[in-house]
Design a protein around this ligand. Sequence first.
Ligand SMILES: NC(=O)c1ccc[n+]([C@@H]2O[C@H](COP(=O)([O-])OP(=O)(O)OC[C@H]3O[C@@H](n4cnc5c(N)ncnc54)[C@H](OP(=O)(O)O)[C@@H]3O)[C@@H](O)[C@H]2O)c1
Length: 251
Amino acid sequence: MRIVIIGSGNVGSVLGRLCKQNEHEIIQVFSRHVNQAVSLAKELKCGLTDQLNCIDTEADLYLVALTDAALVDLKNHLFLGNKLILHTAGSVSKEVLKDISLQYGVLYPLQSLRKEMTYSEDIPFVIDGNSDAVKSQITDFVKTVSSNFSFATDEERIKLHLAAVIVSNFTNHLYALAEHFCNIEKIDFSLLWPLVKETARRVQLISPAIVQTGPAVRKDMLTIEKHISLLANHPELKALYQNMTDSIMKI
Ligand SMILES: NC(=O)c1ccc[n+]([C@@H]2O[C@H](COP(=O)([O-])OP(=O)(O)OC[C@H]3O[C@@H](n4cnc5c(N)ncnc54)[C@H](OP(=O)(O)O)[C@@H]3O)[C@@H](O)[C@H]2O)c1
């Protein structure tokens, strides 16, 4: 397909590369910052623009990877007739695209994507379209870039996105706090990597509710009190430790 990528951030960059690797032709990228458009366009060997009203209207597919606020505003700047346009947001209705084209939908990557990373495994996509014909077109397209895809309505996708925030963004935040604690306390954070791996592996085999370990599930108050006193100089982490401990104890 001839594709225009709207947005040169993490998702725009990763999707652009994925489409190109799978023999699609990227004809143009849009970024409001011309230097970022130039950098991605060089990599994808395609045209570029930093003006929404200069977007090429001759593509088969438009992939919109903008922040949610910019996505909501897009209808004020773009009209594509009946060209297929898809956004990548987890928590924004597909209807946000209904004034831009007659054929619209969602290509939501259910994966944490960063443009500086490479992805060796198929990216899982959650897709939706405004008609059966559009869903079928999106299915044909997604099969060319990934073997891992599923369908979800707007209502289902926002719930998936919320769960994704908890398992990925919140977990990563806990890693960041633990790394900071280790740095301050002169402990080697990398000693914890096997534990990080094992916890992520196990959750795929057995319900996490069943395999919880640690002082909270054992109701080991002696250890919990020692940990809390160690966190005297880390008030944010202390509050989180107490909340998480209470939550585990309740379950
Ligand atoms: N990254 C992920 O892991 C991930 C996974 C699944 C879904 N998503 C969804 O994909 C979408 C894009 O996420 P992302 O991670 O790629 O975000 P990002 O890296 O922050 O990129 C967002 C893009 O939107 C552009 N933008 C922001 N405000 C704009 C405006 N007012 N007008 C025009 N362009 C504007 C940014 O341009 P500048 O660079 O010029 O600011 C940038 O190109 C979001 O809806 C997100 O929820 C992300």
